[in-house]
Design a protein around this ligand. Structure first.
Ligand code: ZN
Length: 176
């Protein structure tokens, strides 16, 4: 009987092991997907080639950044749809309580990811609103031009690189 319990215990352990491996693979796949989404966005547009003496954040430039932000937003929205479908698919699979526990923590992680993606979409919407209001591309703290290069790398940036660096230094001070 003890032996049987031991074997059963091992079997459960084995099954959990397999499940964890599957879970890690799944999480890895998800992380890769997210990285890919970001890279796709970066690859799918040509950096803005400003003409000599071109006015900063003229209509062409605003259009350029609007396009980048909209592409980013649609990729994130697709990511959220995929997450919802994955959760619906997974919901009926496991009957074992151990598996269910793992599944619940998976879903908690999924929900956190989704929450983060939703916040990012909100930030993108706010950024697009700033483009429309003709306020995009200037540092919220000191008012200087953030610059095309920095904005292409971080389209939702609201601070110039100097203010951002200062901000991070201050945050690190507070953390200590
Ligand atoms: Zn600044």
């Amino acid at each position: 009987m003890i032996l049987l319990a031991h074997v059963l215990g091992n079997a459960t352990g084995l099954r959990q092991g397999v499940f964890s491996a599957t879970k890690s693979a799944f999480l890895f796949y998800q992380a890769a997907q997210q990285i890919m989404a970001v890279e796709l966005t970066r690859k799918s547009f040509t950096p803005y080639a400003a003409k000599k003496g071109e006015e900063y954040m003229n209509a062409h430039q605003r259009k350029h950044f609007r396009k980048i932000l909209e592409a980013l937003k649609s990729e994130l929205s697709q990511e959220i749809d995929r997450t919802v479908h994955t959760m619906q698919d997974e919901a009926t699979v496991f009957a074992d309580p151990n598996d269910r526990a793992s599944q619940e923590s998976d879903m908690a992680l999924e929900l956190r990811n989704r929450d983060r993606e939703r916040k990012l979409i909100k930030k993108i919407d706010e950024t697009i609103a700033r483009i429309d209001a003709n306020e995009y591309g200037y540092c919220e703290s000191c008012g200087v031009e953030i610059g095309l290069k920095r904005l292409e790398a971080r389209p939702t940036a609201t601070l110039c690189i100097d203010c951002k660096t200062l901000d991070e230094l201050r945050e690190r001070q507070v953390a200590k």
